[in-house]
Design a binder for this molecule. Structure first.
Ligand code: GFB
Length: 325
């Protein structure tokens, strides 16, 4: 059942992360004030008993499942056990509880890496499970594919209104700027910023810089989540009978083009070099966004504008909490 009443109780799992924080804020700004969130220190979603107790006491009407262990290409490769087991545990516990406690609609968030490494472009939802995955992030991808399939299974067996959104690479305020574990966009913001502040004349990119990626601002994803929460079931499953919808901007670019853009936004003159010992990953993952477009949603934030806002956030936050980066 879709979200209508501003009094409905919405639980945003992962409400302090890149996605969850934007979803929480987006709901609030749109008049939905009966919101629930828990930090991972208060509620460990990997522990079934804690999840059961939480649903028992809070009894939410709607759930946005944005809690996940996420990271960039090297973090995925370095911590495969954490990526597969934490994500599977979170998903099993939350999706099961959502069923048991009669949640009206659950929106599960995944990632474009669920699609095969060499899938045709742009990536259509039907390409899931049609070929081998990118090896560096197969562990995370398998967990997310399981989440999509769990939602589909609960819908099929019990009629639960559980739907999956697959966003392309995300960025924005509240991103992770740790150079070892982050994604490329926040990493490059930090690297160019530090080159500017410390007067370095070189920034090192991982890999060849030729892979292509698509970037979606986290507030645009939050807007898409709210849009999906509010879309009536008949329309939603008419467009997405398998309950899977891509979210993206429909355009991609090479990593080296992204680096040029970030260098301009940060305002620094320095050379760009390449560390070819680091992996390139998937050559391209451009989303086909025709399902969401058909329903009437499109992303609004241009990449340069989004990078500028994220850089402002980084500078402000960095100035006050330097040691957290
Ligand atoms: O964003 P990223 O880590 O993840 O890397 P993926 C994207 C591309 O940017 C790769 C290159 O080709 C990297 O080699 N790159 C260049 C850099 N410089 C850097 C840098 O300083 N840091 C980083 N991190 N990359 C992840 C998956 O894949 O994307 C996840 O591992 C998930 O499972 C996520 O799907 C959205 O786009 O390659």
């Amino acid at each position: 059942m879709h979200l209508q009443s501003p009094d409905s109780k919405v639980y945003v799992a992962g409400h302090t992360g890149l996605v969850g924080s934007a979803v929480y804020r987006g709901l609030k700004d749109n008049g939905f004030t009966n919101l629930v969130g828990r930090r991972s220190t208060e509620l460990d979603l990997r522990v079934q008993e804690q999840v059961q107790d939480f649903f028992e006491s809070e009894r939410p009407d709607f759930v946005v499942l944005a809690a996940a262990r996420v990271g960039g290409i090297l973090a995925n490769d370095a911590y495969p056990a954490d990526f597969i087991s934490d994500n599977l545990a979170i998903q099993v516990n939350v999706i099961r509880a959502a069923h048991e406690f009669g949640i009206k609609r659950l929106v599960f968030l995944g990632s474009s890496c669920i699609y095969p490494k060499m899938a045709p472009q742009p990536l259509k939802e039907e390409y899931m499970l049609t070929g081998p995955l990118e090896p560096t992030n197969q562990w995370y991808a398998i967990a997310k594919i399981s989440g999509v399939k769990m939602c589909e299974a609960y819908r099929r067996q019990h009629g639960d209104d559980f739907v999956s959104l697959m966003p392309t690479n995300l960025y924005g305020p509240n991103d992770n700027f740790d150079l070892k574990t982050s994604h490329v966009l926040p990493a490059l913001i930090r690297k160019f910023h530090e080159a500017k502040v410390d007067g370095h004349d070189e920034v090192v990119l991982w890999g060849t810089g030729t892979p292509r990626r698509e970037f979606l601002y986290n507030k645009d994803l939050a807007d898409a989540v709210l849009f999906i929460l509010k879309t009536p079931e008949s329309e939603l499953y008419d467009v997405a009978p398998d309950g899977l919808l891509n979210v993206g901007v429909g355009e991609d670019m090479e990593i080296r083009e992204l680096a040029d853009m970030i260098r301009e936004v940060v305002g620094v003159e320095c050379r760009i070099t390449h560390d070819l010992s680091k992996p390139d990953g998937t050559p391209r993952k451009l989303m086909d966004v025709s399902r969401l477009t058909e329903l009437g949603w499109t992303a609004r934030t241009g990449l340069r504008e989004g990078i500028r806002k994220t850089y402002e956030w980084f500078v402000e936050t960095h100035a006050t909490t330097e040691d957290t980066f």
